[in-house]
Design a protein around this ligand. Structure first.
Ligand SMILES: [Zn+2]
Length: 82
């Protein structure tokens, strides 16, 4: 009984976490994962794969600050207004 319960937790937790990340990435939520290299939507400059967060939002949810034109970009390559 305990073994079955432990096994189900060990198997369910990664499955639910994986599903959550895939779903959040699919709907392009801030909780998703940005896995592709993005370009600035304003000046088309490719952004570096290694970034230094410029704000708390970028630290928590990812995103870029274009060094060429100063545009704020989310992790999916869309302009960020807030
Ligand atoms: Zn730019």
């Amino acid at each position: 009984m305990v073994f079955t319960l432990a096994l189900s937790v060990v198997l369910l937790f990664p499955a639910v976490t994986g599903w959550f990340l895939v779903y959040q990435t699919k709907i392009r939520s801030p909780m998703g994962v940005g896995i592709f290299r993005v370009r600035c939507p304003a000046c088309k400059t490719p952004q570096s794969m290694f970034r230094k967060p410029g704000s708390m939002h970028e630290l928590l949810f990812g995103g870029y600050h274009c060094k060429h034109c100063g545009c704020r970009i989310d992790k999916y390559g869309r302009p960020r207004t807030a």
